[in-house]
Design a protein around this ligand. Structure first.
Ligand SMILES: Nc1nc2c(ncn2[C@@H]2O[C@H](COP(=O)(O)OP(=O)(O)OP(=O)(O)O)[C@@H](O)[C@H]2O)c(=O)[nH]1
Ligand SMILES: [Mg+2]
Length: 295
């Protein structure tokens, strides 16, 4: 039953699931137990607003025992998980633009996705539009070539120009998947955000035949500290969904619910390590089910 969380997200299992499941065996759920539960939700990054919503719903249902609490929690978290529509990012041909702040895991995630799509028998082109650092380009090239996808860095120095050429190559080479890596940027740097807008306009102009998605990497270890940034990215670039990275480094599995309910963005993938296979398509229903399993 615990294939997904116990295997891939051990910290979440050992912390969040272990703590929360202790309530489900209780014969009596009283106000003290509800307050304890509320504290656990808060420290697990579920977020103040979402926690208040959950607690208010639980109180209004007049929960008496652990079994009823289990069912109610399942229903509430399930509602949150299904509240935001998930775009069809598993259907290719498609273009994926990866954005996010410095070090949030864009390049690593691109490498993992390139390997994964290649394994599915798809023809994959990776474009390195992170031209700010030579090391970043080399890092991505290593990842990509190891796994059999095609790498394109382009002769052009300007990111928008690299993207322009990369789009041409994608169209001419009849690729299934185009993955575009961008430089890490702080949302405060207006010029970098404007550059992102320029990149998006170029893609939209060049590629009209297949869907284009913008994926935002959010560092799961930073928790809600990254939400202000996420909101600014959302305003600037019309984000299609989130890749929650570094989930191996946190036991706070609640971040997924606050991304959904407070940012209203779907979680598309989670990553949980630095190896090529440490990525999973996020399955919200399965996540809720396993998260609330009795330990
Ligand atoms: N533990 C863990 N580390 C990760 C994960 N994803 C990425 N990292 C590490 O996080 C660091 C930053 O990852 P990058 O992929 O370079 O991040 P980036 O967003 O491309 O960074 P910039 O290009 O500098 O903006 C690297 O040391 C990665 O190995 C993950 O899922 N788990
Ligand atoms: Mg990078």
């Amino acid at each position: 039953m615990f294939g997904f969380i116990k295997k891939s997200l051990q910290n979440v299992y050992n912390q969040f699931t272990a703590k929360i499941s202790s309530f489900f065996n209780k014969d009596v759920i009283d106000e003290t137990a509800l307050q304890d539960l509320e504290r656990i939700l808060l420290v697990s990054d579920v977020g103040i607003k979402t926690t208040q919503h959950i607690m208010q719903q639980l109180r209004s249902k007049n929960i008496q025992n652990g079994a009823a609490l289990h069912q109610a929690m399942h229903d509430l978290l399930y509602d949150i998980i299904t509240s935001v529509p998930v775009p069809a990012v598993q259907q290719v041909p498609a273009v994926f633009l990866m954005v996010g702040i410095n070090g949030s895991g864009k390049t690593t995630t691109i490498g993992k996705l390139a390997a994964w799509w290649t394994l599915q028998g798809k023809k994959v082109l990776v474009v390195a539009a992170d031209t700010f650092r030579a090391a970043a380009v080399a890092q991505l090239e290593q990842w990509v070539e190891k796994n059999g996808a095609t790498f394109f860095a382009g002769a052009a120095k300007e990111p928008a120009a690299v993207v322009y050429e990369g789009c041409d190559q994608f169209l001419q080479g009849q690729y299934d998947v185009l993955l575009i890596d961008t430089a890490g940027r702080l949302q405060t740097k207006t010029s970098l955000m404007q550059e992102l807008g320029k990149i998006k306009r170029i893609i939209a102009k060049k590629i009209t035949s297949v869907p284009v998605y913008t994926m935002l990497t959010l560092d799961g270890m930073l928790g809600q500290n990254s939400f202000e940034q996420a909101k600014l990215f959302k305003e600037a670039t019309d984000v299609s969904g989130v890749v929650l990275t570094k989930m191996d480094g946190t036991g706070k599995g609640g971040i997924i619910f606050s991304v959904l309910s407070e940012l209203a963005m779907p979680v598309l993938y989670i990553t949980y390590g630095e190896q090529v296979n440490d990525i999973a398509i996020f399955d919200g229903k399965k996540y809720v089910q396993e998260l609330l399993e009795k330990v």
